[in-house]
Design a protein around this ligand. Sequence first.
Ligand SMILES: Cc1ncc(COP(=O)(O)O)c(C=O)c1O
Ligand SMILES: N[C@@H](CCOP(=O)(O)O)C(=O)O
Length: 465
Amino acid sequence: MQYISTRGDAPELGFSDAVLTGLARDGGLYVPKQWPQFSAAEIRAMRGLAYPDLAIRVLTPFLGGEIAAPVFEKLVRGAYATFRHDAVCPLVQSGPNSFILELFHGPTLAFKDVAMQLLARLLDHVLAERGQHATIAGATSGDTGGAAIDAFAGRDRTDIFILFPHGRVSPVQQRQMTTSTAANVHALAIEGNFDDCQGLLKDMFNDHAFRDRVALSGVNSINWARIMAQIVYYFSSALTLGSPDRPVSFTVPTGNFGDIFAGYAAKRMGLPIDRLVIATNDNDILARTMASGEYRTTGVVATTSPSMDIQVSSNFERLLFESGGRDAATVRRYMAGLKQSGAFTIEKAQMQNIRGEFSAGRSSMAETDETIRSTLASTGYLLDPHTATAVHVANTQPKSTIPMIVLATAHPAKFPAAVEKASGVAPKLPSWLDGMMLREEKFTVLPSELKMVEDHISRRARAAR
Ligand SMILES: Cc1ncc(COP(=O)(O)O)c(C=O)c1O
Ligand SMILES: N[C@@H](CCOP(=O)(O)O)C(=O)O
């Protein structure tokens, strides 16, 4: 299995190099050269597998034989042993034909743990085999940072630098990033919003001298392994509901488009998925794009679902590549438009392809609050604000006999103030996180300036030459 860039101008890479590289050197994102295929019979044979066994079955074709089967098995089992639920990602029925896929039973209570726990082990393995060290950089609107720090803390082949928007993450999210005592962890509070952090990250990758000097690697969903690991729970939940003999639909709270792109990948691999519904908060660029065909950035507004406060949705590029017949020149044209004027218009036929698979909807903060309140009142289930945006959007989709699975991407206790305001109930952190809110914080505040951030990293990264 080889990996190619969405911009068509970077070397094709094998699995290990694609994982180490993160962003392609032409600024594009890596995707598999072909989508692995599972027949209906092969999918049927996956029924009843425990989550780690399913992960091994679904993910092995992506490795291209580069990681020996017993090694990969050990990495996968280690990753999912960190989860506090036997099913890893349990499916809960929430209505006659609706379900909630709980993705928050990992160490930091967010869906990011599902991929990050595996990615950290994969990177460690590849670096150890090569006798190399790497500098990991990541941008976060709140959850990726904590999950990455948990997964990489104390690993001696990597230093990790996480850029988060100063003052714009929840207090729990912030503590998950700033209270690590591991010497290889560096939390950087950037004076800006998430798009500024992600912009800095992409600029660091596009500064080839810096990138090579510090052996830069990325753990955001620009890294193919992040998307890859997330494909598994689309399979696990669909299998529980009778796949491949019954199609299912998914509604996904969306920001950077990584999670829902994993659903699209599952569909390309043969999983019968009917609709993939994009749920946005007030930062509704994707819902507007679906309606108008024009991708136009506006300012980011702060909401009660801060992890989705994103305007430049980086994995949308992967969908543009796929839905346009893998035409890298068109992707390059769109991305140039985005850089120059903050906007581009998607070709009509391509937009039709996208609308053939995806729907979209938006949930305002008031609608999200009301969904948290009414869901608690009617079912006793407490939603986090991100999941609530998706429940609201799922409820506004046309009625269908096809089961709808909503992805629950975070535990409500990560956002206690917003949840209490909406529902009157203050969710408690699980006992293993007791004390975190009282621990001393360690972070550095930096302006949103590339040179200052690069200098800061260069001085501290052990891989710097
Ligand atoms: C809790 C939560 N929900 C939803 C999202 C959006 O996911 P994605 O960026 O993969 O679209 C994020 C951040 O990524 C998140 O942290
Ligand atoms: N919502 C994310 C933003 C970064 O997304 P990623 O999936 O590309 O890492 C976050 O919580 O940080």
